[in-house]
Design a protein around this ligand. Structure first.
Ligand code: PLP
Length: 389
């Protein structure tokens, strides 16, 4: 395929993931674009590069691929998901209000609470599963509305199209953190969001070997702000990390299909064969927002959250007996991981706030990988038997 991608809309996701964003190969005939390990560029070069903080061929390739996969006109890449969040929030000014879903990623909460609050940005949290709360958007007309769907770690599924209607009426910009779903499973911009943000560290790269973030939009105004933030705040990624994420994206469709298949089987096992108080997975029919999930997601993705009905001590013991699920922060890689949100990813949220949104000591988050699912189920079955004696 040539480097021309203007007609890429005619191709399916799987084809675009492999063929879009593959420039800078012409001189050598390389099938895969190389890594451009250079900090600076000769003035007057035909592609207009100047300094890697504000652009590099590997950024441009990755941006082009991600924009295509998110059905966006524009994408700007950053050093991490948190850098992408920082870029968006840095566009606010003192006195601005953000209305956010009450169950958001711990570091997003920490950024709002401990960094941007100091600069006069105020945040209010609401439970977006109750759409009556959307009235608050109409009343307060916030600068930004911030949601994740599915949320980390409770896997609440929020009705992006319905929330975007409130935002349009209020003149507020809707940001959807699409990290848990991935570009393959969900397209926030098609559902009415203004920005789709991802930690590309997770399912975009998919191999747990680098960090990255992206903000996608269909707005030239937002794009200009993101390009400015990338350069002016020093939030740019490393060229090699972009190259790794570009490589990871080529197999995203295959990976997400297997993650979703495995996670559904794993969640069904937990629900039917253990003493769990509850098991949350968007594509389980017991999920409180299962209908919304079916409407806006093309699969359930790879995360399963469960309260396994054990006290803190027994929960921690269970985690230590797992052999295939490594106890680690992060998610979205080919290998299975397990996390205890209260003491790990969400430890930065005060205990009282954490528990009020359901992040209790017995909550466990599984990132179900693409190993054989029977092995994963056997692993958790054996660990439960060890704890129960
Ligand atoms: C939903 C969500 N958003 C953003 C981030 C931040 O991404 P990163 O770790 O790449 O900075 C994470 C990380 O776990 C996340 O789960």
């Amino acid at each position: 395929m040539s480097d021309r991608t203007e007609s890429s809309d005619e191709f399916q996701f799987e084809t675009r993931a492999i063929h879009v964003g593959q420039k800078y190969r012409e001189e050598t005939g390389a099938v895969i674009p190389p890594v451009f390990l250079t900090s600076t560029f000769a003035m007057g070069n035909p592609e207009g590069f100047d300094y890697t903080r504000s652009g590099n061929p590997n950024f441009r390739n990755l941006q082009e691929t991600l924009a295509s996969l998110e059905s966006a006109q524009f994408a700007t890449v950053f050093a991490s998901g948190v850098s992408a969040i920082t870029a968006v929030v840095s566009t606010l000014k003192s006195g601005d209000l953000v209305i956010a879903e009450e169950n958001i990623y711990g570091c997003t909460f920490r950024l709002f609470d401990q960094v941007f609050a100091k600069f006069g940005v105020s945040i209010e949290y609401i439970d977006f599963t109750n759409l009556e709360h959307g009235q608050k958007i109409l009343e307060k007309k916030p600068a930004l509305v911030w949601i994740e769907s599915p949320t980390n770690p409770s896997l609440k599924v929020l009705d992006i199209a319905a929330i975007s209607e409130f935002c349009k009426k209020a003149g507020s910009s809707l940001v959807v953190d699409n990290t848990f779903a991935s570009s393959f499973i969900q397209k926030p911009l098609e559902l009415g969001a203004d920005l789709s943000l991802l930690s590309t560290t997770k399912y975009s790269n998919g191999h747990s070997d680098c960090l990255g973030g992206v903000v996608c939009s269909n707005s030239q105004v937002w794009q200009d702000k993101m390009i400015f933030a990338q350069k002016a705040l020093g939030l740019q990624p490393a060229p090699f990390d972009c190259w790794l994420i570009s490589r990871g994206l080529k197999t995203q469709a295959l990976r997400m299909e297997r993650h979703s298949e495995n996670a559904l089987a794993f969640a069904t096992f937990l629900e039917q064969n253990t003493q769990a108080n509850f098991v949350r997975y968007p594509f389980l029919s017991s999920h409180p927002q299962h209908d919304i999930a079916k409407k806006q997601m093309r699969g359930g993705s790879g995360i399963v959250t469960a309260d396994l009905g054990m006290d803190l001590e027994a929960t921690k013991q269970l985690l230590s007996h797992l052999k295939l699920f490594t106890l680690a922060e992060s998610l979205g890689g080919i290998e299975s991981l397990v996390c205890h949100p209260a003491s790990m990813t969400h430890a930065s949220i005060p205990k009282q706030v954490r528990e009020s949104v359901g992040i209790t000591d017995s909550l466990v988050r599984f990132s179900v990988g693409i190993e054989h699912v029977d092995d994963l189920i056997d692993d958790v079955r054996a660990a439960i038997s060890e704890v129960n004696g």
